[in-house]
Design a protein around this ligand. Sequence first.
Ligand code: CAA
Length: 383
Amino acid sequence: MDLSLTEEQRLVQKTAADFARNEVAPLAAELDRSHRHPKELVARMAELGFLGIAVPEKYGGAGLDTVAYVLALEEISRACASTGVIMSVNNSLVCDPILKFGTEEQKERWLKPLAAGRMLGCFALSEPEAGSDAAAQKTLARRDGQGWVINGVKNWITNGPVADVCILHCMTDPPGPERGHKAISSFILPMNLPGVRCGPPDRKLGIRASQSCQIFLDEVRLGPEHLLGEVGQGFKIAMTTLDGGRIGIAAQAVGIARAAYEDAARYALQRRTFGQPIANHQSIQWKLADMATEIDAARLLTLQAAVLKDRGVRHTKESAMAKLFASEVANRAAREGVQIFGGNGYVEDYPAERHFRDAKITEIYEGTSEIMRMVIAGAILKE
Ligand code: CAA
């Protein structure tokens, strides 16, 4: 597979790296401590075209591709994992399904402002009792003339408290054992409708500046123009969307792993024990060597999945592999980063403990590592 970057992709990578270093990194510790939504960084990402990177320009996007998207996302997540996931959700889980399944009217009405960053989106699939088992939806859209009335609760919705629009998945028929995932449909839900209410932001272990919450839907009325795709197509829309989303989370994980590794490598050259920098000790060198090797491998898997997505080839297995591996690499790198920092890794004065906390979620959201292994096994056993 040819993974050489085009001029344009390199330019996006450099622009993202400059933005991340000069504007995102200086705020990351404060954002983490205050759990504050980085409104100013989201506005800058909109200006830079980072909120709809792979969306064609005619729909408000940057008109680039998934490879450019993962390159930018890695750089931004290297500086701040919270800012990274805000960007990832808007691109992968909101713009992408509207681009793929939306009507022309929906693209004009919703995709344009979302891709241009004039609106921010969220994606609601999970429920209190439907996380890994995504088909076990209880939220129900009942028919009301041509439209729908929706009731239910959605959980852990990233960007929920700050979103203008939600890609909502729920049952559209009375759920029954014989219908299962075929009764799920997707909707474009404006968050300011009567009956839509956000719970308080979740108090989280990591990615604390990325706000998430429960969304309560109480007799929410939607016209037929809000249906995304066809009735009963919602589970496939959600799964296809997550095939792309997992590439984004893999890129975010590579960014976190790089942060842990680069910070630890710099520290190891400065910190001295037994009369020399700890980087001279083999025990530290081996840790750094493993971190660097795994990060390259994780990035290659991520780029492979991105290239397949750009070619229009099904990438369910490859994106699951990329997310599984990259998220586990992020957690190993963050753990070793804390170890290299020693006592300084355990206190808030240094960023190592933030990377350690931020890494964990990458093994959980958009499909846990256990679900990734199920998806990969399901695919390879069919090959
Ligand atoms: N692409 C297209 N179609 C797919 C698909 C995919 N990737 N995966 C499954 N399907 C289709 C299947 O082909 C099947 O269709 P047919 O009936 O026509 O054959 C149908 O969907 C049902 O498939 P399964 O029988 O495999 O479904 P399942 O109920 O066993 O579930 C699962 C499969 C992989 C476990 C799925 O439930 C899953 O991915 N769970 C994890 C959910 C998840 O990732 N949640 C994340 C929430 S979003 C989030 O975290 C966002 C955030 O805030 C950042």
